[in-house]
Design a protein around this ligand. Structure first.
Ligand code: SAM
Length: 304
């Protein structure tokens, strides 16, 4: 029987020597493992443990507080979907805010839209920004866009100070609801997001796994229904190195011009300003398909 420390009851380590195993109370009884070739960085910021290692099959890997945040091989799935699901759903976005996302991958994807004039990012941990620039240049390239302004601080406080109706879109690229990201999953935060969006503005948040966190998702959907009077939708995609191999997204819009998230009006795969670095994962078909849910999830998410 395995104990919470990830050690088998007889004291034999459940972690295979030379492998990283993602043991967490957020997914009890299971752990995804990656073979380590070399540990490249280990540090402790004011907010979390930060580690980078070279894996044998997924390239370099960023880990925060023992949880895999991204790998070079499959980060495209997450960064492209969390960005293009909202931004392809509104015509001509001009002002976008990213909360979290310190690795720069979402910035890289937002920068594809020539209509965008201002990209703000509020990331709480400068160590994540610095480590990403050092070890993940193809991800942190997003910081090189002149439209980007980095604010180092808590996204909760940042949103409270944003004037009403400032942004066309807010993307909440947060870690999980334990540690510094906890408040980014709570109702007061969603209220400040709605306040910061223009009428018909959109928000996309990282919304966990339907296989592991239906209880968290149920609460988030209920809170969003009370706050976002445009539309409330849940989409999902595959990211092999996330727990259960999938990740979901809440996609909501404020009252105002109707937003039909399921049929992109602004298809980036047709007018990408960065043809030199083509999309690896997102396209308009997978956009629409992302909103098709298995019955056990539909029952909870679509329940009025
Ligand atoms: N973009 C990554 C990926 O491809 O999966 C994963 C998420 S990103 C690394 C999550 C970021 O949210 C981290 O850099 C973390 O420091 C940041 N974060 C957590 N809580 C925060 C808060 N309250 N305000 C701002 N940033 C926060």
């Amino acid at each position: 029987v395995e104990t919470d420390t990830g050690k088998a009851a007889d004291g034999v380590s459940a972690v295979i020597p030379g492998w990283f195993s993602e043991i967490s109370p957020m997914w009890p009884g299971e752990a995804h493992s990656l073979k380590i070739e070399k540990i490249l960085f280990q540090g402790k910021s004011d907010y979390q443990d930060v580690m980078v290692f070279q894996s044998s099959t997924y390239g370099k890997v960023l880990v925060l507080d023992g949880v895999i945040q991204l790998t070079e091989r499959d980060e495209c799935a997450y960064q492209e979907m969390i960005t293009h699901l909202p931004l392809c759903s509104i015509p001509n976005p001009t002002k976008v805010l990213v909360i979290g996302g310190g690795d720069g991958g979402v910035l890289r994807e937002v920068a594809r839209y020539s209509s965008i004039e201002q990209i703000d990012i509020c990331e709480i941990d400068k160590m994540v920004v610095d480590v990403s620039k050092q070890f993940f240049p193809a991800v942190a390239v997003g910081y090189e866009d002149p439209r980007v302004t980095l604010h180092v601080g808590d996204g909760v406080a940042f949103l409270k100070a944003v004037p009403a109706g400032t942004y066309d879109a807010v993307i909440v690229d947060s870690s999980d609801p334990i540690g510094p990201a906890q408040e980014l999953f709570e109702k007061p935060f969603f209220q400040t997001v709605a306040n910061a969006l223009r009428p018909g503005g959109v928000v996309c948040t990282q919304a966990e796994s339907i296989w592991l966190h239906m209880h968290i998702i149920e609460d988030i959907v209920a809170n969003c229904r009370q706050i976002f009077k445009g539309s409330v939708n849940y989409a999902w995609t595959t990211v092999p190195t996330y727990p259960s191999g999938v990740i979901g997204f809440m996609l909501c819009s404020t009252e105002g011009p109707a937003v039909d998230f399921k049929h992109p009006v602004n298809p980036i795969d047709a007018n990408d300003s960065q043809k030199s670095r083509p999309l690896k994962f997102y396209n308009s078909e997978i956009h629409t398909a992302a909103f098709c849910l298995p019955s056990f999830a539909k029952k909870v998410i679509d329940a009025k």
